[in-house]
Design a binder for this molecule. Structure first.
Ligand code: SIN
Ligand code: FE
Length: 287
């Protein structure tokens, strides 16, 4: 479930044996855990370890590296620029690590986020509550089978980030697929036309969203479904396919996160991708 890599450097070259272990573990649904890879804040960045840097509405502060635009921060002016620079430095570091560690040639760097709010105390809707076990699926951004890979660093000085990690994707899908009702094909078309989604959802996107919601709504699964507790201490980092690995964030504050997207044909073992598993189980083409 956890594959520990003792890297201490954000840049390669890394050992061939380490790289082979990393890609195999990641694609089989393990969390790559880097206990000795801290993202170090500069002295004048310590002030950002404060929940008030967030606007109090969104879960995360996010940075779009293509435009440099930061969202959901309460900061303005020079402070906002320094916070954006910190998030950007993390994003660049995570991107270099992924490029040097994994064999994927074409990885898209998506949003970077800073998560300064204690997970435990917030209030959430059930579907928006990431303290419940789920796989990641974006309501507004259709993936059409593309993968979601996320790199995290815990930058909290004292508190661990605590997750639960659930059963393998295929076991989960076998249980929940039969409960997912048919999709109204007009819906994805209408959502696209109305601008609810950026582009049209494929059957894959609809299924993944249904699985995400069904898991969160099932309180028996949440309480009694198979899972293990994993604790990411201060100064550690981790990397995981969050569209494949059931996860819940139960507690912690001050994490940074970089999202990547990649096509299934980049994978060493494409058959393990959620889209391939769901196509096999449902007997349908989903994208
Ligand atoms: C999530 O992706 O569900 C949240 C992970 C985290 O913020 O630790
Ligand atoms: Fe998630």
């Amino acid at each position: 479930m956890l594959e520990t890599l003792t890297l201490t450097d954000w840049r390669g070259p890394y050992d061939a044996a380490v790289k082979a272990r990393a890609v195999a573990a990641l694609e089989r649904g393990a969390v790559l855990f880097f206990p000795q890879l801290p993202f170090v804040l500069a002295d004048d960045e310590q002030e950002f370890l404060d929940a008030r840097v967030a606007d109090g509405k969104a879960k995360n502060i996010s940075l779009d590296h293509t435009s440099g635009k930061m969202q959901a921060s309460s900061l303005t002016g020079e402070k906002a620029a320094r916070l954006a620079a910190m998030i950007e430095r993390f994003g660049v570091g995570a991107t270099a690590l992924v490029a040097d560690l994994l064999p994927y040639r074409d990885v898209e760097r998506a949003r970077t986020s800073f998560r300064p709010v204690q997970v435990k105390g917030r209030s959430y809707s059930k579907i928006g509550d990431d303290r419940l076990l789920h796989i990641d699926a974006f309501p507004s951004r259709p993936m059409r089978g593309r993968r979601i890979l996320r790199f995290f660093s815990n930058v909290a000085p004292n508190s661990s980030r605590n997750w639960h990690v659930g059963q393998p994707f295929e076991d989960f899908a076998r249980t929940f697929l039969p409960r997912v009702g048919p999709h109204w094909p007009g819906k994805s078309w209408a959502f696209d036309k109305l601008g609810v989604t950026r582009g049209r959802r494929s059957r894959y996107d609809e299924l993944m969203l249904s699985l995400h919601d069904a898991a969160k709504r099932d309180s028996n699964f949440q309480q009694n479904g198979p899972h293990e507790a994993v604790s990411f201490p201060p100064g550690s980092s981790w990397l995981v396919f969050t569209d494949q690995v059931l996860h819940a964030a139960l507690g912690g504050e001050f994490a940074l996160e970089q999202t990547f997207h990649l096509d299934v044909d980049q994978l060493a073992e494409p058959e393990r991708a959620p889209v391939k598993v769901l196509e096999r189980l449902s007997g349908r083409v989903l994208t």
